[in-house]
Design a binder for this molecule. Sequence first.
Ligand SMILES: NC(=O)c1ccc[n+]([C@@H]2O[C@H](COP(=O)([O-])OP(=O)(O)OC[C@H]3O[C@@H](n4cnc5c(N)ncnc54)[C@H](O)[C@@H]3O)[C@@H](O)[C@H]2O)c1
Length: 425
Amino acid sequence: MDPQSTADVAVVGLGRVGLPLALSFADRGLEVVGIDRDAGRLGAIRDGKMPFEETDGQPLLDRVHAAGRLSLSERVADAARARHIVLTLGTPSFSHIEIDMRDIRSALDDLLGVLAPGHSLILRSTVAPGTTEFVAGYLSKHRGFDIGEEVFVAHAPERIAAGRFLEEIDTLPCIIGGVGARSGEAAAELFGAFDAPIVQTTPVQAELAKIWTNILRYANFALPNLLMMDCERYSANVFEVIELINRDYPRGGIAQPGFTAGTCLRKDFTFSEERSAAPGMLLAVSRVNESVPLFLLEGAKRRLGSLANRKVAVLGLAFKANTDDERDSLAHKLIRLLERELADVAVHDPHVPTPTASFEDVLDGADVVVVAANHSEFRRPEAIAAIAERAGGECLVVDPWNCWGAAQVFAYASELVVLAGAQSS
Ligand SMILES: NC(=O)c1ccc[n+]([C@@H]2O[C@H](COP(=O)([O-])OP(=O)(O)OC[C@H]3O[C@@H](n4cnc5c(N)ncnc54)[C@H](O)[C@@H]3O)[C@@H](O)[C@H]2O)c1
């Protein structure tokens, strides 16, 4: 049965996940309704401007505009115009270590009155285990639907990394966990628009698979970050120890240190932690990653003394390399900590929407330079040469990313220029 469809799919929440998805459906020939309560965002999309960076996102938006297959609305109830409704709303975490489902609940309440037999509701957002069954139960409780027979509810988690959407939508296995007999099938009909293999499972397994994909990454980076702190304690070189661990060793390898954060990694672990069999274990992982900015600041103080009234240049505000996404970035935490030391903080980031000073201005006269995000602009040999020239050879450079292959978390610019030169020759 088909509800009174005038579109194939509605995507509710046109953020970093929802907008590329909506555009990709339209690009495959589907009629799409894109819904967001943020009028500014809708305005930008209507004007044909990608509201954030996504690789090849702008040409995709241009194509979809030209084809006229995306209509936009601020009203969630308009989603009922499509048979498939995909929720790509934010799911933050409360500080209580608990999923914040307010956006999902609000959208469900807006949809309750307009859902009809034949509709298929797909949760694309990352959710705590049990949420998909909750959504199905909510629709049954309030509308009496037989889920899996009349109305379909499934979880199809987004596992694509920002910046790689268009590359990964056709390759990453699409996990689908449907409630009842036919919900998985209904969701697969929609996601069959892409070339990626579809893997059917239960709703809770789909939820766990997504959360634990991110927990694995979060823990994977906590280990080298903790090792970096251990190395400082023992006057050892973390990059040399990592090389010793990994070289010609066939059983796995340790990652590199860095700032590990961002809107997903910082909160997805809490969806497991809220009912964990080992409460605290993942919180400890989080504490390690969260303490990296303080560790770097303390390391600079050990070498230079007080940072009060000293100029500290922070390179990068984004939460990871080559993105304009600043949400939950540890660079912001570092800046807050530096300000509490009464340092004079200057910031440069060529990607983010927050206005920052020029690369040259932040380096001029800097006592310390911290590479907070390893954007490709900073990884070039010219960048370390510019630091040495503008800030001077005595400037302390803090680089947990090993941007120039010099293998020093803390080093003076004059040393780094020599070490980086030796690497590149
Ligand atoms: N960003 C990523 O790289 C990524 C990757 C994988 C999974 N996820 C998950 O996907 C989900 C969405 O993440 P995101 O980064 O796209 O979030 P986002 O905050 O960028 O986008 C959410 C959008 O939903 C809109 N919105 C919120 N409530 C609404 C409502 N009631 N009605 C209409 N619009 C509403 C907001 O205005 C916003 O534009 C989250 O669960 C996240 O954990 C994100």
